[in-house]
Design a binder for this molecule. Structure first.
Ligand code: CA
Length: 624
């Protein structure tokens, strides 16, 4: 069997290596993301997590109930490749994949960073002379990407743009004085509680998914620059005094001080944005292979009518031939944005794609905020995307019932056709904010949007690049296809075809072993589990919560509660008997979770008296 395992692992390793030349093995060691099939009942989802925790020594790092996805850490020393090949054999698993790394999409900061006062001086100079340093921001093409003077017919409505990035310096005077940073009004600051029950404690202004705290401050500069552009689309951010913001920016930090992050944190950030009221999500980052997890998170945003704006990338790359994610996901709310220059040329660094990149937007030498009350210029599709995000938000202010999908279509239709985008984008247009804004004011709101089949989208047979980046199954399909090619497999494909055939030949043996292990696992379940319906009071730190116990065994309980319990946390429970006449007091540890819904709690100290009580409660019940 050792030989079989080695062959199988070699194939998977190869599939990652060929997924994308620039992202070889670019994923977090020892972590995976798993999605369960839709037909899997909630109890089975919990049983699944309990199983991989108990039998494979995995640790649950997080669950996204609405996505049916779980983020798991593997047992020390366990390989990602082996875990994926095993889990993909599990009938409950829709997919299992690595936790990819992703990166910001800025081509870099240019020139010196200057102070707030100097920025004001430059803005003032600009009002006197077009030759000042700020003047390129007011070139005709950039002006049409901004809508400073547009009067709003819905002045009380303030749309929210989630900036999923390196964080924001929310102490920058531009954001403080305009009041542009989003506030979670359902959360009470610094009381140590998750007041709104969204799973995050004291998240009054977004979240830092890197440090897992409520301080999404920017330690890089990228997110602050992007945020200034979002706000700058809707008003003059150098004005003194600055006007009150017409939109809000929700800071969601998932890129670290080097501008790098993970798919799991991107999924968390997108999930948070959607669940906490963002209308638009700005994504000035990319990288990694095709990720089913990310695709599902974007589809979740689409289902909730949220617009998703993505930078096309800065590698002068043709995204039709070599996809850049998340810009290349085909979910209908995605806008893939290329960068144009201040004179409507195509920015030399920008990715393009006549089939896959949608619009152009100014992204060359863009002036915006940097941390610590400074200002500076940056170039990149990172700078182009936030113009589109700010524009989508200001359109939603005019017509708040529009879906992100309708906003996208208006943006695409209302741009200006420019020659440099003719073979580079699907619309051939550079955005025009005023025009799109006017169309939003008069648009007939479409409440429906096309159905998007996320399962069908994840590995289209016709897209060899996408199927290459899907581990195992997609890889096999691709290799067989190559082997059938009239010219015969060449070079790496020849090796691939050989390994694939080897896998196809040995897979019944592997499957057999996996299935036997599964049977063994079932037989090894320590305790019979009984369905009951009992009230429970939980003490979790200082908090006292109530819930229902829906199943019990000698080893633990499943507790259903809307409250948020930290995985691994210690809970003191008072469990009522089903008839309400008795009570068991027992301490346990949270071993798995479906956030704000259900938790598995393993007993720490179930002594013989507790065990006999459980026996009494369940003796007439049929266990599983
Ligand atoms: Ca909260």
């Amino acid at each position: 069997m050792k030989v079989v395992r080695i062959a199988a692992l070699a194939l998977i390793g190869f599939s990652f290596a060929t997924a994308n030349a620039q992202t070889t093995n670019d994923y977090v060691p020892g972590e995976i993301i798993v999605k369960l099939k839709s037909k899997t009942a909630t109890l089975n989802a919990q049983a699944f997590v309990g199983k991989v925790v108990a039998e494979k020594g995995m640790t649950l790092k997080g669950s996204w109930t609405g996505l049916r996805m779980h983020h798991l850490a593997l047992k020390a020393g366990e390989s990602v490749e082996r875990a994926i090949i095993e889990l993909q054999q599990d009938p409950d698993v829709e997919f299992a994949e690595p936790n990819y790394y992703v990166h910001q999409q800025s081509a870099g900061q240019e020139g010196e960073v200057i102070s707030m006062d100097a920025a004001r001086d430059q803005a003032y100079a600009n009002s006197l002379s077009s030759s000042s340093s700020y003047s390129s921001q007011t070139s005709a093409p950039i002006q049409v990407a901004q809508a400073w003077s547009a009067e709003s017919t819905n002045s009380s409505l303030i749309p929210v743009v989630a900036v999923v990035d390196t964080g924001i310096d929310y102490n920058h005077s531009v954001f403080v004085n305009s009041g542009a940073v989003w506030t979670n009004t359902r959360e009470i600051a610094a009381n140590g509680l998750d007041d709104d029950g969204n799973g995050y404690i004291d998240d009054v202004r977004g979240w830092n998914f890197v440090a897992n705290n409520n301080t999404p401050l920017d330690d890089d500069g990228h997110g602050t620059h992007v945020s200034g552009i979002v706000l700058g689309t809707t008003q003059d951010i150098t004005a003194t005094p600055i006007a009150a913001a017409k939109i809000r920016i929700m800071p969601l930090k998932f890129l670290d001080s080097n501008g790098s992050g993970t798919t799991s944190d991107a999924v968390k950030a997108i999930y948070y944005a959607v669940n906490n009221g963002a209308n638009v999500i700005n994504n000035s980052w990319g990288g990694g292979g095709f990720s089913n997890s990310l695709l599902n998170a974007i589809n979740y945003a689409y289902d909730h009518k949220v617009a998703f704006v993505a930078a096309a990338g800065n590698a002068s790359n043709n995204n039709d031939a070599s996809p850049t994610y998340p810009a290349n996901y085909t979910v209908p709310n995605v806008m893939s944005v290329a960068a144009t220059t201040d004179m409507d040329g195509f920015a030399s660094f920008s990715n393009y794609g006549a089939q896959t990149v949608h619009v152009g937007s100014p992204g060359s030498s863009i002036w915006s905020t940097f941390p610590n009350n400074t200002w500076g210029r940056s170039s990149g599709t990172s700078m182009a995307a936030p113009f589109v995000s700010g524009m989508a938000a200001i359109m939603l202010r005019e017509s708040p019932s529009m879906t992100g999908y309708q906003v996208k279509n208006l943006i695409f239709a209302q741009g200006n056709s420019i020659s440099s985008l003719q073979n580079k984008t699907t619309t051939r247009n550079r955005i025009n904010v005023l025009s799109a804004l006017n169309s939003a004011k008069t648009a007939v709101v479409a409440t429906s949007q096309p159905y998007y089949d996320v399962s069908a989208a994840r590995a289209p047979a016709s897209d060899s690049t996408q199927s290459e980046s899907v581990p195992a199954c997609g890889m096999v399909a691709k290799a067989i296809y190559d082997a059938k090619d009239g010219n015969g497999p060449q070079g790496p494909h020849r090796i691939l075809a050989f390994l694939t055939l080897l896998l196809v030949l040995v897979s019944p043996i592997v499957l057999n072993v996996v299935l036997r292990n599964r049977e063994g696992g079932k037989a090894r379940r320590k305790h019979t589990r009984y369905q009951i319906d009992s009230a429970v009071t939980l003490k979790f730190g200082d908090r006292e919560l109530t819930g229902q116990v829906s199943s019990i065994s000698m080893g633990g309980v499943q507790v259903n509660t809307d409250a948020w319990l930290e995985n691994g946390g210690i809970v003191k429970m008072s469990i009522q008997s089903p008839d309400g006449k008795e009570e068991i007091k027992v301490e346990g540890r949270v071993v798995w979770s479906e956030e704000r819904k259900a938790y598995g709690v393993a007993f720490n100290n179930a002594d013989s008296s507790i065990r006999s009580q459980i026996q009494g409660w369940t003796k007439s019940l049929l266990g599983t």
